[in-house]
Design a binder for this molecule. Structure first.
Ligand code: XUL
Ligand code: CO
Length: 438
């Protein structure tokens, strides 16, 4: 029995269901474009917001009943939390979860204690995973909450802090590996600055590059086959985060020779905060060859901070789903609900309602995108728009057969007068909107 036991396992009941504790659209085995929904979505519940956050904000204390939390977490409290978490996960019926080292383990003050406590909870986790069939989408080390990380971890001005971060990541990467995790995430929590006046930007970037190279090296040394993911975010908590968006991360990875080894975990609201569309970040990551995974929590369009809300607008997710489908889905990634309840959502069942609504939203977006793809009109519209590039001129330019002067001479000699053609944006938007009916 746990706080989350007061509910039967959540099932698919279809759109006519009158229950708030059933899926209306998400039918895990239903085939969509040849693949079960569960495999398209690969949903994960995050440990931190769901089980390790009592609902405090910068103005007030925790509001949510989370009896296993306190200023210091003992092993017994960590185990109670684990039991409650796995009770929730197995009743919800998603295949994956995600965690930070310190979300799950007993509080530690030294590195020796840290390793010991992480190992102790890892063993319990392993047992619960075996018993429930739950899998780990990714693990990550928290390098931002403790005061030692106030100036960052790998980008700290103090090499001892860098070393602490290295020790935490080694332990968590190895634990993730033993738990069969499919990815390992590094969110640059405080890797950035509040003022350039006291910051050696070049040196910090070099340290960050060094750190990431060490992580990749260690991954290969221990035989971890999962993907290393960096999670872009433009600001908050720092004024400027080095991993500000997918393009910045790609430039960084190129600069430090890591573009083959590291991919991105894109979060919807981090894109919004960066002034970008979520679908832009997905499309850019795919174009650069670094698409990895998604944190599917949204922001509030009128708030400039990270509200971490559950998604509930399927239509606005369809463009990203179109890219995802074109990519054939995720490889090791998935949709992680890095989302939290509102502070007044004190009913333990609210956590179910939030995830059920979010998962159904993803299922709706998937079905709508699949309909758009099946109809093929949008694909034709795009293909026709670029058809000139399949002709002789386009092919000679794309293949590199012509230099700048060659192209200029052709244009001049041929007296090129390009004809205006419609981009059909309104039609493209209608083609998406009309399928949002699931
Ligand atoms: C913070 C955030 C993190 C990462 C994991 O904005 O998204 O929860 O996903 O550290
Ligand atoms: Co996140």
């Amino acid at each position: 029995m746990s706080l989350f036991s007061n509910i039967a396992p959540v099932r698919f009941e279809g759109p006519e269901s009158s229950s708030e504790y059933a899926f209306r659209v998400y039918d895990k085995d239903r085939k969509v474009l040849g693949k079960p929904m569960q495999e398209w979505l690969r949903c994960a519940v995050c440990y931190w917001h769901s089980f390790n956050w009592p609902g405090q904000d910068i103005f007030g204390a925790g509001t949510l009943p989370r009896p296993w939390l306190g200023a210091t977490i003992t092993q017994a409290m960590a185990e109670e939390k684990l039991e409650a978490a796995f009770d929730f996960l197995s009743r919800l019926g998603v295949p994956y979860f995600t965690f930070h080292d310190i979300d799950a383990m007993a509080t530690a003050t030294t590195l020796k204690e840290h390793d010991r406590n992480l190992k102790a909870i890892e063993e319990r986790m392993q047992q619960r995973m075996a018993a429930t069939g739950m899998k780990l989408l990714w693990g990550t080390a928290n390098l931002f909450s403790h005061p030692r990380y106030a100036g960052g971890g790998p980008t700290s001005a103090d090499p001892q802090v860098f070393a602490w971060a290295a020790a935490q990541v080694r332990a968590c990467l190895e634990a993730t590996h033993r738990l069969g995790g499919e990815n390992y995430v590094l969110w640059g929590g405080r890797e950035g600055y509040d003022s350039l006046l006291n910051t050696d930007l070049k040196r910090e970037l070099d340290h960050y590059g060094r750190f990431l190279s060490l992580v990749v090296e260690h991954k290969h040394r221990i035989g971890f086959k999962g993907t290393i993911l960096v999670e872009p975010k433009p600001f908050e908590p720092t004024k400027h985060q080095y991993d500000r968006d997918v393009a910045a991360v790609y430039a960084f990875l190129q600069r430090y020779g890591l573009a083959q080894d590291v991919r991105v975990n894109i979060e919807v609201n981090h894109a919004t905060l960066a002034g970008l569309d979520f679908e832009h970040e997905v499309a850019a990551a795919l174009a650069y060859g670094i698409f990895g995974s998604i944190d599917i929590n949204r922001g509030d369009p009128r708030n400039g901070w990270d509200t971490d809300q559950f998604p509930n607008n399927a239509q606005e997710l369809v463009p990203a789903f179109l890219s995802l489908i074109e990519n054939g889905g995720f490889s090791t990634g998935g949709f992680n609900f890095d989302a939290k309840l509102r502070r007044q959502s004190v009913d333990p069942l609210d956590l179910y309602v939030a995830h059920i609504g979010g998962i159904d939203t993803l299922a709706r977006a998937l079905l709508a995108a699949a309909d758009v793809v099946t109809e093929r009109k949008l694909a034709r519209l795009k293909a026709e728009r670029y058809q000139g590039w399949n002709g002789e001129l386009g092919q000679r330019i794309e293949s590199g057969a012509l230099d700048l002067a060659g192209i200029a001479d052709l244009a001049t000699a041929g007296d090129f007068q390009p004809v205006s053609r419609s981009g059909h944006q309104e039609l493209a938007e209608s083609l998406v909107a009309r399928h949002c009916r699931h």
